[in-house]
Design a protein around this ligand. Structure first.
Ligand code: NAD
Length: 425
């Protein structure tokens, strides 16, 4: 289950503004038709619900839930459902648009959506979370569906919640509909390879970017911020490809070993240590965890939380490449400084799209009633990630722009072209 303590809202850039500032640059570079621009900047549907739940003590609490569909022009919309106290409709709207661009950039036939419930699942019993999840699913019966809108895990949710959603939806329809949600437990139709998919996509993107920058992966040094699902698999897979991971970090601090950290050992340690690296002795603990970001490494992988690279610290970044495992780790204001410094950034909507790609494979397998081997999943997702990287790279050369803007150009162009053909306004 992905639990991240986000920065207080007052310290965070408005995600909608961050997304829109990049969207605007790309729209201008693309010469996007103003009318299509107006269509794309607004979500196509937003549903907000109140969910009264009986708590274990017999009291009734009312929770606020949202689901925003930004676009379903390319296919059913896809996006996670977040359980957190700071869930806010504006943020859900921004994240839904983000999903549209992410799916379009890797060329999978999905639109973008996002959902959220304002709650603190850590303070709730499993029974309370189950009742809340089932109530949310009931409230969204007309929104969700394998051909309409397909939820997935996000912060505060995992396979357990996805199983309840699938079960509730299936009961309402009188038949098992496992393709209505992804990120399910394997036994319910989850996909092999999903757990490591995002980290794997980060590895593929990092190798592709190293090739373009003439960095030999066997001689490359790597620093990875965040040692959860994304960061630990990215570190492990890059290590397996011959690179040296000199620094890793998590909520307990940052750790450095100039000779390379044994990532297998670090993962085993974390798993036996309540999920954190605290007191890990395979590396030195750094005095200041933020200093990981300023190491002189070939590749920096921010894979923790948003806005860690910002106007206040961007001057100190010395990495040659940044591969964004996290969503929004670089604030929009820091973009220009990074570009001026000549640092190549593989942006989040491309670098971490391996997860949604394998979610798409999960849905494909459910619809086929068939299970692929892990090897097939990995091979196909690697190909999708590499093709997407190449297309974004080519676009950046053509428009003489950073990869981030190029990724938005690729995505917006695809969605805009689809709107043009489908019309119907
Ligand atoms: P996770 O909860 O598994 O891991 C997060 C890690 O970051 C933990 O090790 C935590 O200790 C660490 N962390 C939290 N705050 C930190 C800080 N301030 N400094 C250093 N480390 C810190 O989460 P995850 O699934 O790995 O997701 C990480 C990021 O990747 C998020 O931005 C998420 O939205 C994004 N992402 C995840 C997926 C996915 O498939 N899991 C897909 C796309 C994007």
């Amino acid at each position: 289950m992905a639990y991240i303590e986000p920065a207080p809202i007052k310290d965070r850039a408005n995600p909608f503004e961050s997304m829109m500032s990049r969207f605007n640059i790309a729209a201008e570079a693309l010469g996007l038709d103003e009318q299509i621009y107006n269509v794309l900047k607004s979500p196509s549907k937003q549903v907000s619900v109140s969910l009264p739940i009986t708590m274990d003590d017999g009291s009734i609490r009312v929770f606020e839930g949202h689901r925003v569909i930004h676009s379903n022009i390319l296919g059913p919309s896809k996006g996670g459902v977040r359980y957190a106290m700071d869930v806010h409709l504006d943020e859900v709207k921004a994240l839904a648009a983000w999903m549209t661009w992410k799916c379009a950039v890797v060329d999978i036939p999905y639109g973008g959506a996002k959902g959220g419930i304002k709650c603190n699942p850590r303070e709730m019993s499993a029974g309370e979370v189950e009742r809340l999840t089932r109530a949310y699913t009931q409230a969204m019966l007309d929104v969700f569906g394998p051909d309409r809108d397909i939820p997935a895990p996000d912060m505060g949710t995992g396979p357990r919640e996805m199983a309840w959603m699938m079960d509730e939806y299936s009961r309402a329809h009188g038949t098992t509909v496992n393709a209505m949600v992804t990120g399910k437990p394997l036994v319910l139709g989850g996909s092999l390879g999903r757990t490591e998919a995002t980290g794997r996509g980060v590895m593929v993107s990092a190798l592709a970017a190293m090739e373009k920058s003439q960095i030999n992966p066997y001689q490359a040094t790597i620093a990875v911020q965040g040692f959860g699902n994304v960061g630990s698999f990215a570190a492990l897979l890059l290590e397996e490809r011959g690179s040296t991971v000199v620094s890793i970090s998590d909520i307990s601090g940052a750790y450095y070993n100039e000779n390379g950290i044994n990532i297998q050992e670090a993962i085993a340690y974390r798993n036996n240590n309540g999920g954190v690296l605290e007191n890990f002795d395979g590396a030195e603990k750094m005095d200041n965890a933020e200093d990981l970001l300023f190491l002189e490494v070939d590749v920096l992988v921010p894979a923790a939380v948003e806005d860690v690279i910002n106007l206040k610290n961007v001057d100190k970044i010395k990495a040659k490449l940044i591969v964004e495992g996290a969503n929004g780790p670089t604030s929009a204001e820091a973009d220009d400084v990074i570009n001026d410094k000549g640092i190549l950034v593989v942006p989040d909507i491309l670098a971490n799209a391996g997860g949604v790609t394998v979610s798409y494979f999960e849905w494909v397998q459910n619809r086929l009633g068939y299970k692929w081997t892990g090897e097939r999943v990995n091979r196909r997702s690697d190909r999708i990630m590499k093709d997407a990287f190449d297309k974004v790279y080519e676009t950046s050369q053509k428009h003489n722009c950073p990869l981030r803007i190029a990724a938005y150009i690729v995505a917006i162009d695809k969605v805009a072209e689809t709107y043009k053909y489908r019309g119907g306004f």
